[in-house]
Write a protein that binds this ligand. Sequence first.
Ligand code: CP
Ligand code: NVA
Length: 310
Amino acid sequence: TAPITGHDFLTLLDFTPAQIDDLLALALKVKQEPEQFAEALKGKSLGMIFENASTRTRVSFEVGMTQLGGHALFLSPRDMQIGRGEPIKDTANVLSRYVNAIMIRTNSHETVEQLAEHASVPVINALTDAYHPCQAMADLLTVYEQKKTLKGLKLVYVGDGNNVAHSLLAAGAKTGMDVTVASPAGYEVDQAIFEKAVAAAKETGAVLTQSNQPEEAVKDADVIYTDVWASMGFEAEQQEREQHFAGFQVNEQLASLAKADYQFLHCLPAHRGEEVTAEVIDGNRSFIYDQVENRLHAQKAILLSLLTTI
Ligand code: CP
Ligand code: NVA
């Protein structure tokens, strides 16, 4: 497999199925034998720009760098010159002279692409309006651990056709896992991204579909996944969305249509009583905290792959 050393990590669609497989294998190895990698990024630094709030992404990347012998810097636009209008181009060039990789969370995917274009070090997408690839790697790892395979499984995402849904489509396309996104009318996934994922899925045989009917969609699902109804940047639409998303709540009744051993996943943060009931998210089919932990292992694998020739 061609190594991804020096690449950007903006969307899983940029990588081959074999490269994604390698990343997953490395993540499993890192999880099993963390001490083997304790010095792998010695002397290396990761700059982390957060334009939006984060608990998991920030902590897992920062701890991940520490566990690999490196260092992470939390950079807030409130304190950086970028927040006062310094161009992305200059920020990219400046940071590239100091750090070995840049991670960024920002609303606009174009900002990340611009940063990647001008940076001479790898840029990692830590969530944009379009994709959440680091989350998707942790999700794949969590499904694989339980099901021992990905190919041929059926993952059904119920809810908003957002960044997380897009990355799950990409993840399915690259691993051969079938993915259905069931959303209310008007909240479907971006059709251009859907088509890109469908084109990529030809290589693995993954079946990617869309639906407006959650009951029909979750039938025989191996994995049910949901996310908030109003993502960051859409908070003002919360009430309106609550009306449109009625019927798309993942509750025991809906989940009973899936396979008995289905796995429930959610990227978190979650709103109990909205997109999912407490019974489901806190129930015995829920693997949300394994998913949380796997952010750490998956991202260590991403960092190692981008920054070394492991
Ligand atoms: N799932 C996720 O990315 O969580 P944070 O927003 O807390 O980073
Ligand atoms: N879709 C959510 C994911 C948060 C991790 C958002 O964009 O806010």
